[in-house]
Write a protein that binds this ligand. Structure first.
Ligand SMILES: [Zn+2]
Ligand SMILES: [Zn+2]
Length: 273
């Protein structure tokens, strides 16, 4: 088994390691949610579980990875593959792409909460009422196509070949972490590393100011740009205040309904608390 984790040349075999890490991490987070729940009474097989697990996590991820890969490989043929940072150590490449992408995603995410047309690509993600390890998987395919093309194009063109799988593994692990229903207390680390203490508030039905906690991997963007919110209380509930359809295909189609002048919650549901 250990030998299998190494490909030719003694390098780690990320094609095998990646699903192994993601699966073990999922089981660990599920167990910790059960032992140390933040919101008590949330069920493992909560409403929307099948939609999020089967349709978003398995089917959509697979189909979109084919589409995004094909597009990036087409771009690769146009520009060649300069691989500018491929001779850096892997951990330095990982930090570079984590930082650059997270800076981009902070601002794109903030724009999604501000502009009605972009909110259409993001409201599915906010429709989960029981935020847990699986909740992060619910993302509209348009949102995924925009974000993952921008994320993986520079990685595939500029970095070592295994970096796309390494970054994809970090994304999956982190996505489960920031949404998990675990009663985490990370102390001063919370100013640097984003986690459930801040991201569960991002999913709250209660909005504060221009919205809060837009960071994904790092928390310092929110402190730098004035959107950090970590009160000493729990969110009153999660999800959207308006009705949202159940079912994968209904949720995808809902983004294309006629515009009725409604605004994203950051513009509409301000509270003064
Ligand atoms: Zn959001
Ligand atoms: Zn989220």
């Amino acid at each position: 088994m250990v030998d299998l984790l190494y490909a030719d040349g003694g390098k780690l075999n990320w094609a095998l390691l990646s699903p192994l890490i993601i699966t073990l991490w999922a089981w660990a987070v599920i167990a910790l949610e059960h032992i140390f729940p933040y919101d008590k009474g949330q069920k493992l097989f909560r409403k929307g579980w099948f939609t999020d697990f089967f349709w978003y996590t398995i089917v959509q991820s697979y189909v979109l990875s084919l589409v995004i890969n094909a597009f990036i490989l087409w771009a690769d043929e146009q520009v060649g593959r300069p691989r500018w940072v491929s001779d850096w150590p892997l951990w330095q490449q990982a930090i570079l792409f984590l930082l650059v992408h997270d800076f981009y995603i902070y601002w794109f995410h903030r724009a999604q909460h501000k502009f009605p047309i972009l909110w259409r690509t993001h409201e599915a993600h906010h429709s989960v009422k029981d935020v847990d390890w699986l909740a992060g998987s619910r993302s509209h395919p348009i949102e995924i196509m925009i974000n993952q093309t921008i994320e993986f194009m520079p990685i595939i063109l500029l970095a070592s070949p295994e970096m796309a799988l390494i970054k994809g593994t970090i994304d999956a692990v982190w996505g489960m972490w920031i949404h998990c229903n675990i009663n985490v207390r990370s102390g001063p680390l919370q100013y640097v590393i984003n986690g459930p203490e801040m991201h569960r508030w991002h999913h709250s039905v209660e909005y504060v100011g221009d919205g809060m906690n837009y960071g994904t991997k790092f928390a310092f963007w929110d402190y730098l740009f004035g959107t950090a919110y970590r009160p000493d209380k729990k969110p009153p509930g999660y999800g959207l205040s308006e009705p949202f359809p159940d079912g994968y295909f209904q949720q995808i189609a809902y983004a294309f309904r006629r515009f009725d002048g409604s605004k994203p919650p950051s513009a509409e549901q301000r509270t003064t608390s």
